[in-house]
Design a protein around this ligand. Structure first.
Ligand SMILES: [Zn+2]
Ligand SMILES: [Zn+2]
Length: 286
């Protein structure tokens, strides 16, 4: 049966997630509940492995970007639907203000026999329209719904992206402000351990691509007088790079200074103090 095996790679990722969650909890006890919740979500994603059966090899010769759009991602629906139900249950267990939406949406899918595949395909096509029976409920929260759905599809999205990006490993994408695989905006920036070169990480498919060191990835501004960064006490090896022109920021992890064990999706969540600070200062994340 598809998606029941835990691969060797996944085993080591699971081990790493647990380790990072423990370290983060020690570093930031005030985020304990949040870290534990996300640790569970990300672990669930690595407990199964989606089957990507679509052949993307014709993209090898494609010269223009992005290589695909969101709706072209192959999804292992069996794998995703199982994950979807598990994440809904998790939301109920954790009482993190997501439980009501999780319950509404799970009932909608399970009891009303609504097709998860249909919902997922609409989501990928950026059509999140839902019937009144769901959205009319005062306690339904769209962001929570988006979160649950995206995270159920994420293993397939990431695996598809890895297959596609392996076709153009040696190409130069330094001028690309958006993901060369799927055209989504970056959610994180990294300085490499080796030489401090800068990469961007896609907010949707998690593809990493090397880019120019000094410029705003949102508006292309490279004027150093309007670019800057904010560092915070107790936050080693991470900062928020901002642009005064478009008023956006992106968090940057410097892998030369950051702790050894790292799991990017958890680091993105646990760096909330930067989001609070930058929002206060009038900046926005993409
Ligand atoms: Zn992408
Ligand atoms: Zn900018």
């Amino acid at each position: 049966m598809a998606g029941t095996k835990i691969t060797k790679d996944n085993k080591s990722v699971l081990y790493n997630i647990a380790k990072v969650a423990n370290l983060l909890e020690k570093e930031k006890p005030f985020l304990k509940e949040v870290i534990r919740f996300y640790e569970k979500v990300f672990s669930l994603q690595h407990e199964t492995d989606p089957d990507i059966t679509k052949d993307y090899s014709d993209l090898k010769n494609k010269k223009e970007y992005p290589l695909i759009t969101r709706k072209d991602f192959y999804i292992d629906f069996e794998n995703s639907e199982l994950l979807f139900k598990k994440i809904c249950d998790l939301c109920a267990d954790f009482e993190i203000k997501a439980d009501t939406t999780a319950k509404i949406i799970k009932e909608y899918i399970v009891d009303k026999d609504f097709s998860f595949q249909f919902l997922a395909q609409n989501y990928l096509a950026k059509d999140l329209s839902l019937p009144e029976t769901v959205t009319g409920n005062q306690e339904f929260n769209y962001n929570v719904f988006d979160f649950i759905l995206y995270n159920s599809l994420k293993p397939s999205i990431v695996k598809t992206s890895k297959i596609i990006s392996s076709y153009f490993k040696d190409q130069d994408h330094s001028g690309q402000r958006f993901c060369p695989v799927c055209a989504s905006a970056p959610s994180l920036s990294l300085f490499s351990k080796e030489n401090g070169s800068r990469s961007l990480v896609c907010s949707f498919c998690w593809h990493e691509w090397e880019t120019n060191r000094l410029y705003c990835s949102f508006c292309n501004n490279s004027d150093s007088t309007t670019l800057g960064y904010v560092a915070l006490e107790n936050e080693k090896g991470i900062r928020a790079d901002y642009c005064d022109k478009c008023k956006k920021y992106i968090k940057t992890i410097d892998l030369r200074e950051y702790r050894q064990n790292i799991y990017l999706p958890l680091e993105l969540i646990a760096s909330i103090p930067f989001d609070m600070k930058m929002t206060e200062e009038g900046f926005k994340a993409e």
